[in-house]
Ligand binder design. Structure first.
Ligand code: KIV
Ligand code: NA
Length: 268
């Protein structure tokens, strides 16, 4: 069996099959997701989730590469997509190509993702023409937190719908195989997902069921994160499970009940 490729996901949109995706940063968790997900995103959300950063801006290309290597080792089936961190692709299409080529060469990932709309269409085309599959990301783009003035739902204001549609169209026409739509109101997400000229598969996160697929940050949907946005459904409650396990361990160590005989090496 071989890995799912970017081109396979484009076919899924045409066939109307939902695309299933989650984020992962570790070998073990990625391995658990592998049979269930079409693609796994090594997201720059790792800066906030793994490292407690206040935004994704400080994340480096080196951090992305190390975690992508871990995710590749833990998986065999899903397409692995790696986020381009802030500052690694915006200056020029040449900078974007050199950064993205490093990611593919050093990790074995099958595609990269970059935030931004029409202003990056020529960069997307440049990469795709040189063998690098690109996933776009529009709407609420966390790397632009300083210019957006916070994490705000997109598509509510006057010209917002036309701008988001133009961004999606530009990225799709430039050759992106998919586009993450983040934090976008339902009618606008639907307009993008169903626009005849937009062939890129739409992957929603806080962008309604109208999208061709869905993605969530794994730790958020598992109930491990302490705060989650409105669009997250917590399918698990890992935080309380871990708390319970750690409290039980502390209690048993204090009481001398752990380690028990079964956890202890007998003499010779
Ligand atoms: O970094 C990330 O996890 C992402 C997803 C939320 C789409 O970009
Ligand atoms: Na991201």
């Amino acid at each position: 069996s071989r890995r799912i490729r970017a081109v396979d996901l484009a076919k899924r949109k045409a066939a109307g099959d939902k695309i299933i995706a989650l984020t992962a940063y570790h070998a073990h968790t990625a391995g658990i997701l592998d049979p269930h997900c079409d693609f796994i995103l090594v997201g720059d959300s790792l800066g906030m989730v793994m490292h407690g950063m206040e935004s994704t801006l400080p994340v480096t290309l080196e951090m992305m590469i190390v975690q992508a290597q871990a995710v590749i080792r833990g998986t065999s089936r899903a397409l692995i997509v790696v986020d381009m961190p802030f500052g690694s692709y915006e200056a020029s299409r040449e900078q974007a190509f050199l950064s993205a080529a490093r990611v593919l060469k050093e990790t074995g990932a099958g595609a990269i993702k970059m935030e931004g709309g029409a202003q990056f269409a020529d960069t997307v085309a440049f990469l795709v023409a040189r063998g690098i599959p690109v996933m776009g990301h529009i709407g609420l783009t966390p790397q632009s937190v300083n210019t957006m003035g916070g994490f705000k739902v997109q598509g509510r204001g006057g010209g917002d719908e036309q701008r988001l549609l133009a961004d999606a169209r530009a990225i799709s026409e430039a050759g992106a195989f998919a586009i993450v739509l983040e934090g976008i109101v339902e009618p606008v997400a639907r307009a993008i997902a169903t626009a005849p000229g937009i062939t890129a598969a739409t992957i929603g996160i806080g962008a309604s069921t109208a999208c061709d697929g869905q993605i969530l940050v794994l730790e958020d949907m598992l109930g491990l994160s302490d705060r989650v946005p409105k669009f997250v459904k917590q399918f698990g409650s890992l935080r309380s499970q871990i708390e319970g396990a750690v409290a039980a361990y502390a209690e048993e160590v204090r009481a001398g009940r752990f380690p028990a005989d079964e956890h202890t090496y007998p003499p010779a």
